[in-house]
Structures are given as C-alpha cells and as structure tokens.
Design a protein around this ligand. Structure first.
Ligand code: ZN
Ligand code: ZN
Length: 210
C-alpha cells in the first residue's frame, strides 16, 4: 500500500487486478495526484465519501482512464450532482460553492457498493455518520476508514460535528469499528491508528457519559 499525502490521504492498494486508488484529493490537487501516481495507472477508483477533499480529481481521472468509480448509493447523488452537498464551511454562498466545487461524476462511471460487497479483493464496510454513505475497505487486519475517524497528536477522534452529517451515528460507527477484526486503521486525515486506540477512545467517552 502507498499513501499519497494530499490534503486528505489518498491510498494506492495493490490488488491482483492492479492498483486500486482510494479517493482522489481536492479538485486543485489533480496535477499533484498525477505526479504522485507517475507510471502507475489505477484500474479502479474507490470513493470513501462525497466530500470535496476526497472526490476532487474523480471526474478527470475517469475522463483520462475510463476507470470504474465505486461509491456508496447514499453518497452517489452528491457525487453525481443530483443533490447538492451541504455547505462547507457552513456559510451561505461561499460554503455551498466550495463544497460543490468538484465536477460531477457521470452516473455511468459510478458503481454502487454497499456493506459486504467486494472491490478487487477488499471488503466494503459501511461507516455512516461523517456522511450517510461513508464507506471503508477491509482486508487482512487492515481497515481504510477515511473520515469515519481522524487521528491527531493525542490519537483518534470523531470529526467535529460541524463537518458531520450525523455525529451520534459517527460514534455508533466507531463502536462498530472497535468490534471489527482489524489491527491497523488508516484514515483520511492523520497517521494510521490501532484498534486498541479506538477502544481506548470509546472507553474514555463511556466514562465521560457515566
Ligand atoms: Zn476529508
Ligand atoms: Zn470528509
């Protein structure tokens, strides 16, 4: 696995069918992403969720290589431009414009995948909360969780409510992650973390709630 450090981490996974790209950076990072890829040509793109720092280059990658783009049906309406993304930052016109700055990805490019589906040997895990259709990929003790959680200097945390679709749901998703058979968890923002650190965070929250 290779990590491509754009504004959000982008991952390049080795599969039997060829390299699988997970997320596509900001729209403005497209040239950087191509430079990082070099001679590597991904055979498919997996979008973890609809946010602009993950979907940015998707349309142009599809135009360049015609690769299939996997995403969850609950986030596809935002990715394909059928529904407008919630404004980010939550300001009237600037936030709406910024959040919706990635060019829509045509329906024909999108392959809907739900919980339990297989994408090039990786299992899809639905991790809703940050967005309704946030998804991760799981294989052999490794989870690509993207923005289901973040990792800072003091370990993992749930993204701030301001950027989530449903924060209580994001916490429930964290509980689900804690029950998965994983060792290492790779995220959209920050270094990888461990299952143990996620469990510690949940214990801390439980103690705070009690
Ligand atoms: Zn992100
Ligand atoms: Zn996000």
């Amino acid at each position: 696995m290779r990590v491509i450090p754009l504004l959000a981490n982008t991952y390049l996974l080795d599969t039997l069918q060829g390299p699988l790209l997970v997320d596509a950076g900001m729209p403005q990072e497209y040239s950087r992403l191509l430079r990082y890829l070099g001679q590597t040509r991904p055979v498919a793109l997996f979008l973890t969720h609809h946010h602009l720092d993950h979907v940015g280059g998707a349309r142009r990658l599809w135009e360049r290589w015609g690769l299939p783009i996997y995403a969850h049906p609950l986030d596809i309406p935002y990715i394909s431009g059928v529904r407008r993304r919630p404004p980010f930052p939550p300001l009237p016109w600037l936030g709406d414009w910024l959040a919706n700055s990635p060019r829509p990805v045509p329906q024909e490019a999108l392959v809907p995948v739900e919980e339990g589906a297989e994408v090039l040997g990786w299992r899809v895990v639905h991790l809703p909360g940050h967005t309704p259709g946030q998804v991760g990929l799981l294989r052999e003790g490794v989870l690509i969780a993207a923005d289901a959680l973040r990792v800072g200097r003091r370990g993992p945390f749930v993204p701030p409510p301001l950027v989530n679709h449903d924060t209580p749901q994001a916490w429930r998703t964290l509980g689900r992650i804690a029950a998965l058979e994983v060792m290492t968890i790779y995220v959209g923002h920050g270094p990888p973390t461990t299952l143990e650190a996620v469990r510690a965070l949940l214990r801390q929250r439980q103690a705070w709630l009690d």
